[in-house]
Design a protein around this ligand. Structure first.
Ligand code: PLP
Length: 401
């Protein structure tokens, strides 16, 4: 008898499972809209030219030594500036505790673990329904209790603003509230600036702790600063926040695992204490973070020429996605006269669109048309291009009619 004979088989990952089914499909017209990775106009992974240039400058020359526990300082300080803005008060005061992380996922996990260990008011984090599928296991495994607040209204395919406010107001004082900073995954539905301002008040009233996940800075609008509005506004309003950043999407550094976790503190002295505990937390987890991707990001963020080039490339990715939204809306509404209102495809933000397609419809699309998406009807807009969007629209039309 093996020692592992009692290990039960677990369910496959719901998102990566879509890619497996896609790979096994031999139809040449097949489309994968499951995974949240950018594809260029011909459906291929995209190496940003700024990334290629930054990498070429040091490849074969940089050493492979260990980084400090909290990562590459030239990267972490520039990445914090990117998120908070150069004139951010906690940054200028030296009161921002930051550490490099294993991309956005690692930032969330460090943040969850830090709050589980040191946040004095609560051990419960509230997530929007729905949220990115990995949020619940990340926070549960980091030692927090996970609860939900209403977020998405299926009827309007938009924000359930009243439900969101009610649930956040009803959360016990001191609770932790997870907020997607921009380009909410999976719905593509974000609060407006006025709604963010109101949320800031509501969280203050309830003494609630804002925990921002910003995996898509630049991807929502194409503008790095506009997409960072929510966390910057909360900081300006005097909130102490936690912030998770990822450079997977906006630099296309998916497999390099480049991210940042930060906490605003009240003073350099407090920051130093928090830093010391971040190190104590990280050291037994993975000792220190990978260096290669951080060097790339650091080169881009610290070189004015490369930075400008990168900004243009981020905007290029966002614009291509936005143009696919318009094209898909027009095909469904004007070309096919597909039943239903498809305006949400244009108004939703970021990489994803929650189409409103039902699970049976998504299953039929996979089986009959080799069109793959997650069962909740979420599509990655980046998987669409001029070569496949007509086939996709025709397929959706067929599934709905
Ligand atoms: N948070 C959200 C909302 C995401 O959508 C993702 C990626 O899909 C992540 C975090 C983390 O991604 P990564 O760990 O690749 O940076």
């Amino acid at each position: 008898l093996s020692v592992w004979s009692a290990v039960p088989a677990g369910p496959p990952d719901p998102i990566l499972g879509v890619t497996e089914a896609f790979r096994a499909d031999t139809n040449p017209l097949k489309i994968n809209l499951g995974v949240g990775a950018y594809r260029d106009g011909s459906g291929k992974p995209y190496i940003l030219p700024s990334v290629a240039a930054a990498e070429a400058a040091f490849v074969g020359q940089a050493d492979k030594e260990y980084l400090p526990i909290t990562g590459l300082a030239s990267f972490t300080s520039a990445a914090a500036k990117l998120a908070y803005g150069a004139d951010s008060a906690p940054l200028k005061q030296g009161a921002l505790a930051v550490t490099q992380s294993i991309s956005g996922t690692g930032a969330l996990r460090i943040g969850g673990a830090f709050l589980a260990r040191f946040y004095p008011s609560s051990k419960t984090i509230y997530l929007p329904t729905p949220s990115w599928g990995n949020h619940t296991p990340i926070f549960r495994d980091s030692g927090l209790d996970v609860k939900q607040y209403r977020y998405f209204d299926k009827r309007t395919v938009g924000l359930d603003w009243a439900g969101m406010l009610d649930d956040i107001r009803a959360a016990p004082k001191g609770s932790i509230i997870l907020l997607h900073a921009c380009a909410h995954n999976p719905t593509g539905v974000d609060p407006t600036r006025a709604q963010w301002a109101e949320l800031s008040h509501v969280l203050k009233e309830g003494n609630l702790f804002p925990f921002f996940d910003m995996a898509y800075q630049g991807f929502a609008s194409g503008d790095i600063d506009a997409d960072a509005f929510a966390p910057r506004h909360f900081v300006q309003q005097g909130h102490q926040i936690a912030l998770c950043q990822s450079f997977a999407k906006n630099m296309g550094l998916y497999g390099e695992r480049v991210g940042l976790f930060s906490l605003t503190t009240s003073s350099p002295e407090e920051k130093a204490r928090v830093d010391s505990q971040l190190k104590i937390l990280i050291r037994p987890l993975y000792s220190n973070p990978p260096v290669h991707g951080a060097r790339i990001a650091s080169a881009i963020l610290n070189d004015p020429g490369l930075y400008k080039q990168w900004e243009g490339e981020v905007k290029g990715m966002a614009d291509r996605i936005i143009s696919m939204r318009t094209a898909l809306y027009n095909l469904l509404t004007n070309t096919h006269h597909t039943p239903g209102d498809w305006s949400h495809i244009k108004s939703q933000i970021g990489m994803f669109s929650f189409t409103g397609l039902t699970q049976p419809q998504t299953e039929a699309l996979a089986a009959k048309r080799s069109v793959y998406m997650t069962k909740d009807g979420r599509i990655s807009m980046a998987g669409l291009n001029e070569g496949n969007i007509e086939y996709f629209a025709e397929s959706v039309d067929g599934a709905v009619k």
